[in-house]
Design a protein around this ligand. Structure first.
Ligand SMILES: Cc1ncc(COP(=O)(O)OP(=O)(O)O)c(N)n1
Ligand SMILES: Cc1ncsc1CCOP(=O)(O)O
Ligand SMILES: [Mg+2]
Length: 210
């Protein structure tokens, strides 16, 4: 099993910080794992951005995961991809990228998770926990009850891969989520919209490490 960090900072298109600035701030705060999530730029611009983010991550020893855009594999120093498309064929994606690249997938239900586990994803982002401006949609919100129901089901199925809770998570939610058995959390808004990005990142880090 690959090492998966317990706190994943997800970059986002926001006016106050570029993706590069978010990566720099997260690394300064001690981030060991960043998900670069930019779905608004053409490949050429993406690659320019990702090369700079990859240099920052390399300087700080931080793992760089890119959301989707798996066709960029091999074109920049990227350690893995988080695939949001729930219909993606992870067996085919694994063949494409090989075993060294981390592959994470999104899930909303236990059925999604069983499939990702069977198809060899390295970790799962399970959500949405609560409503979020980062990717507004009308999916049912899992809330703490959703995680408390799903985590024991996974255990009884002997699915032991790391599960990250995601979507609208605030600092005060983390302790209860960890008690429900999740492995870690993936956060964007509660960190980038905080008064102090670095302090907010570190508060989440302390919360997940317990
Ligand atoms: C770690 C991680 N988990 C989940 C997502 C996004 O998941 P997605 O299914 O696209 O989001 P919603 O449909 O729940 O809004 C991610 N990027 N990273
Ligand atoms: C659920 C989700 N969908 C895309 S990124 C993401 C996680 C970030 O959510 P937030 O910004 O609320 O932490
Ligand atoms: Mg989804």
């Amino acid at each position: 099993m690959k090492y998966i960090e317990k706190l994943q900072y997800i970059t986002h298109d926001i006016p106050q910080f570029t993706h590069i600035e978010q990566a720099q701030l997260a690394c300064e705060a001690g981030a060991k794992w960043i998900q670069y999530r930019c779905l608004s730029k053409p490949d050429e611009e993406l690659l320019t951005d990702i090369h700079t983010v990859a240099e920052i991550c390399d300087d700080w020893g931080t793992t760089l995961i890119v959301t989707d855009h798996i066709h960029l594999n091999g074109k920049a120093d990227i350690q893995g991809f988080h695939i949001e498309n729930m219909d993606a064929d992870f067996v085919a994606l694994r063949k494409l990228v090989g075993n060294d690249i981390t592959l994470g997938g999104s899930a909303h239900t236990i059925e999604n998770m069983i499939r990702l586990a069977k198809e060899g994803a390295d970790y799962i982002g399970l959500g949405p926990f609560a409503s979020t401006n980062t990717k507004p949609n009308d999916l049912p919100l899992l809330g703490i009850e959703g995680y408390s129901t799903i985590m024991p089901q996974l255990e009884s199925l002997h699915i032991t891969m790391p599960i990250l809770a995601v979507g609208g998570i605030k600092i005060y939610d983390v302790e209860t989520l960890m008690r429900a058995g999740i492995y870690g959390v993936a956060i964007s808004e509660a960190i980038h919209s905080a008064d102090d990005f670095i302090e907010a990142y570190q508060d989440f880090y302390d919360a997940v490490k317990g």
